[in-house]
Design a protein around this ligand. Structure first.
Ligand code: ZN
Length: 506
């Protein structure tokens, strides 16, 4: 028998696919041919696999070897096929009886010395195995905990090719993943630490409840970063599907903690303003690495000192903010990663970043306008909540006496508001107020009575408010009403929404 087949897995975007690795050995001039749309890494696989087989004490078959990866039309990136290729090759050469690997998905990169190295994206690949009705996987020992996150699969791990060969040939036991405990409670920063900041706290709560984007403007020391970092702490935990998706993205990026748990808390990403476009939205050779906007999927993307980001970087965020996913150009086709985030922008009012009213700031009104203008086109237009924060005064700190609502308390109100919105919008297949198209809110039965919106319409007529801005304020008013337990926004809700949108005193 000079033919053998072993199952591996690959990725298209964030979705795993089971791949068949076939090896055919024929008499003739010794050579290795790989087909099935392999990329450069797969050609390198040939050299790695050869060295690993020889250095594991196995015989390299000196025949004409054809390796084929199926389905052929599936793009294949990365080094996760090494282990499947090596075993298929040894099986085809008659060196290994492959029956123990029947219906088992085998994943892992090989070192030249025959060690099995961890690979990116194990979690979605194992999920693909389960979807395909395959209940057993063999993964690199460093990926074992991650693989075991997927329910309904029996995970075994290997540290060397030698160990895998020993298992197949003699039944030597493989390694077992260590059990992981339940998800620990979030240990991020808590709103209880934030003193004063009535407007900022309210803006954060409204942002969380409606799924809106948020812009925090104000001088250094106004607590913009402190607030932004606490947005995840008042968002609901991720449900099963979202947790799997988020964990898969972190797996593909190779940044998953090694404790083998699903990521249950909404992620928080705060790329520095010097971040490159690939760091922000993803990229790189071979299996594309998700960028910050995808690592923040279902969570918060925080751009501190947002006007300092490069024009290209801000522009690159347009697509993910509009569509909830990012498409990365690849040599063959493209890769899409989910990127549905709540954006939080923080900006100083001017480039010199001196406190407001400080005599040292010599920025002209034009300079200030230009500075924030960098954000206006691509980003600020999508941001529903825009507030200007002032430095917290000592009096404000004393007045509240140090007792501030905790994230748990605020989070409970956010959850109730989200539940109300989800119930209201269920018939149109939406959940969050931020997702509701403006025209729908202007039509019956959602249209608000004239006497509640007269101030808004006056602003529209005078040109101080755009039609889009009008819709955003109505959307915010619904969130305010949801938070305060009203069926519909009233006049006061609209007024608060105007303040949250325009930054004019609440
Ligand atoms: Zn200045």
């Amino acid at each position: 028998m000079s033919y053998a087949k072993v199952l591996g897995a690959g990725l298209v975007g964030v979705t795993g696919h089971v791949v068949e690795v076939e090896a055919d050995l024929a008499p003739g001039l010794p050579a290795v041919v790989i087909s099935g749309l392999p990329d450069t890494a797969l050609h390198e696989a040939r050299d790695r696999v050869r060295a690993a087989i020889v250095n594991s004490g196995e015989k390299w078959p000196n025949r004409r070897i054809t390796l084929n990866l199926l389905p052929a039309d599936l793009p294949k990136y990365g080094s996760a096929f090494d282990l499947a290729i090596a075993t298929a090759l040894l099986g085809g050469a008659g060196e290994l009886p492959l029956l123990p690997l029947d219906r088992v998905v085998v994943l892992g990169e090989l070192g030249l010395d025959g060690t099995v190295r961890p690979v990116r994206g194990v979690l979605p690949m194992v999920a693909a195995a389960v979807r395909a009705g395959l209940g057993r996987v063999i993964v690199p020992v460093d990926n074992a905990a991650e693989a075991a996150v997927i329910p309904g699969v029996r995970v075994r791990a290997v540290d060397t090719l030698h160990r895998l060969v020993g298992f197949v040939r003699d039944g030597t036991p493989l390694l077992e993943p260590s059990a992981s405990g339940p998800t620990p409670p979030p240990d991020g920063p808590d709103l209880a630490d934030v003193a004063g900041q009535g407007l900022g706290r309210r803006a954060l709560e409204v942002t969380a409840a409606g799924g809106h984007h948020l812009a925090l403007l104000g001088p250094p020391g106004a607590g913009k970063t402190m607030l932004a970092e606490r947005l995840p702490s008042i968002l609901p935990e991720l449900d099963d599907d979202a947790a799997l998706e988020v964990t898969a993205l972190h797996s593909i990026a190779g940044v998953l903690p090694s404790d083998g748990r699903l990521l249950r808390h909404p992620p928080f990403q705060a790329p520095h303003h010097t971040a490159t476009v690939p760091a922000l939205v993803g990229g790189g050779a071979g299996l594309a690495r998700p960028g910050a906007v995808s690592l923040a999927h279902r969570g918060v993307l925080f751009l501190d000192e947002a006007p300092e980001f490069s024009k290209g970087a801000l522009e690159a965020l347009r697509q993910p903010l509009e569509h909830g996913w990012i498409r990365l150009a690849r040599t063959r086709g493209g890769t899409e990663y989910p990127a549905r985030v709540q954006l939080v922008l923080a900006a100083n009012p001017c480039p010199c970043a001196k406190p407001a009213g400080d005599t040292q700031c010599e920025c002209s009104p034009l300079t200030r306008r230009r500075y924030l203008g960098r954000l206006s086109g691509p980003l600020l237009d999508r941001v529903d909540v825009q507030v200007t924060l002032l430095p917290v005064r000592a009096a404000e700190l004393m007045a509240t006496g140090g007792a501030h609502e905790s994230s748990a308390t605020v989070g409970a109100r956010v959850a109730a508001a989200r539940a109300a919105a989800a119930e209201r919008w269920a018939p149109i297949g939406r959940r969050l107020n931020a997702e509701i198209p403006g025209p729908l809110l202007r039509r019956s039965p959602w249209r608000l009575p004239g006497h509640d919106t007269d101030e808004l319409r006056a602003r529209l007529d005078s040109g101080s408010l755009s039609a889009r801005g009008f819709d955003r304020i109505i959307r915010l008013a619904w969130t305010v009403a949801d938070l305060d337990g009203r069926d519909r926004p009233d006049r006061e809700d609209v007024r608060e929404a105007i303040a949250l949108r325009t930054g004019e005193g609440a």
